[in-house]
Design a protein. Structure first.
Length: 421
């Protein structure tokens, strides 16, 4: 689209320039013919038919000054010299060659411009020598130097200004393209982020709900109490899923009517912060309720984590435990968070189940891609694969946060957690 607009602008500029050159050509020819009707100074003959033809030709040559500046200057200069040689007053046709010199100085190299300026000065001296008896040669020499020099300097400055404007227009066009590309890239990244968040929320909670619904249906005739516990777990998981999805939608809803851009309705802003390490215990409780014996161990002194890094750790653990529910069935799962001097290591290991086939290959699904992308944001890595002794292992390694980062919540001592110093 921008290329089409650029072509239209270029075409419009060409037609505008042609119109200006046409007006200049007609104006110079008309002015020369009017000036030729006056009585010339002593020593010059009045303009007749031949002089009028030469005057018109010198003016019409200016039509092509933007297409062939050097050729137009040479033609107008030759016609001017012929006009002077015929004995006509040189001033009548002096302006077209000077305009040709201006165009050459603005569009061509310095060497070519200097040569054309010397030609104009020489022609001016030749005109003075043609009528030396009635001319003041010092004045002629001064004019021969001053007029071409002024036109040359103005033309060179105009050429540099036009080149800077062209470069500025090109840079503006490139900047606009870069801004559009950045906007498209930001939109793509935002879509990926939203898709990752939705996957993390939906996959985990729906897995828990599905398993608990199966348990409730299976044990309902024989064990109503266990069935009720499964239904309570389903209710809690669905409520948490709805809260997380509602919080995401509130963050995405910007520019509401009556609110500044980027602000949300205060009634919708009470969903609390994003999940952090302080919500790992409820996560483990849901997993235990789905039939997985999940435990957590914290090694080292817990360091304050920024909110984004805490969310990364939470989502990786959530995705790993969701995969345990989907692929390993009822088994044991161990979550280990290790705080070291320069890194934070999270390891989720399950022991597998004989009822489920062992996973010997890894396909890069949305979950693994999401975990990897989250880790890359903070300079970390995620590895996942089967263990030699059976089961599956997911390992996240993140660099230790800087001391100035904003801390988030940490897992507190509680059920299923052991601290080691």
């Amino acid at each position: 689209m921008h290329a089409g607009f650029g072509f239209l602008d270029h075409l419009t500029g060409r037609y505008r320039s042609l119109a200006v050159d046409s007006l200049l050509a007609v104006g110079y020819a008309g002015a020369g013919l009017l000036l030729g009707q006056e009585q010339p100074p002593a020593g010059w003959q009045p303009m007749d038919g031949l002089g009028a033809v030469l005057t018109v030709l010198v003016g019409l040559v200016l039509l092509a000054r933007r297409i062939a500046p050097v050729g137009v200057f040479a033609t107008s200069g030759a016609l001017w010299i012929l006009f002077i040689a015929c004995g006509y007053w040189p001033v009548i046709n002096s302006m077209p060659p000077l305009l040709g010199l201006y165009t050459v100085a603005a569009t061509r190299s310095l060497r070519t411009s200097l040569v054309c300026a010397v030609v104009v000065a020489g022609t001016w001296v030749y005109a003075g020598l043609s009528n030396a008896a009635n001319s003041s040669m010092p004045t002629v020499f001064a004019q021969a130097v001053l007029f071409p020099a002024v036109v040359f300097v103005v033309g060179r400055g105009s050429g540099r200004l036009a080149e800077r404007n062209r470069q500025f227009a090109e840079l503006t066009f490139q900047l606009r393209r870069q801004q559009e590309e950045n906007a498209r890239r930001a939109l793509t990244e935002e879509r990926v982020r939203i898709a990752r968040e939705l996957h993390d929320v939906v996959a985990h909670h729906m897995s828990v709900i599905s398993l608990q619904a199966g348990v409730a249906s299976y044990v309902f005739p024989t064990n109503p109490e266990l069935s009720r516990q499964a239904l309570d777990t389903i209710a809690g998981a669905s409520r948490e899923a709805l809260e997380e999805m509602r919080r995401m939608l509130v963050l995405l809803r910007v520019g509401q009517e009556g609110l500044p851009e980027g602000r949300v309705d205060p009634d919708d802003a009470d969903d609390g912060p994003a999940p952090g390490l302080d919500l790992l215990d409820p996560l483990l409780e849901r997993v235990r309720g789905a039939g997985v014996q999940a435990t957590m161990k914290v090694v080292g002194s817990p360091a304050p984590l920024p909110q984004g890094m805490a969310l990364c750790v939470y989502r990786v653990i959530q995705e790993a435990l969701t995969n345990v529910l989907k692929h390993a069935g009822p088994t044991r799962a161990n979550v280990t968070i290790r705080y070291e001097a320069r890194s934070i290591e999270v390891c989720v290991i399950d022991e597998g189940s004989a009822k489920f086939p062992p996973r010997t290959s890894i396909r890069p699904g949305h979950g693994l891609i999401g975990m990897t992308e989250r880790a890359k944001i903070y300079g970390g890595t995620v590895t996942a694969g089967p263990r030699a002794l059976g089961g599956f292992e997911v390992r996240l390694v993140l660099p230790a946060p800087a001391t100035g980062d904003r801390p988030a919540g940490h897992p507190a001592s509680g059920h299923g957690q052991v601290r080691h110093r």
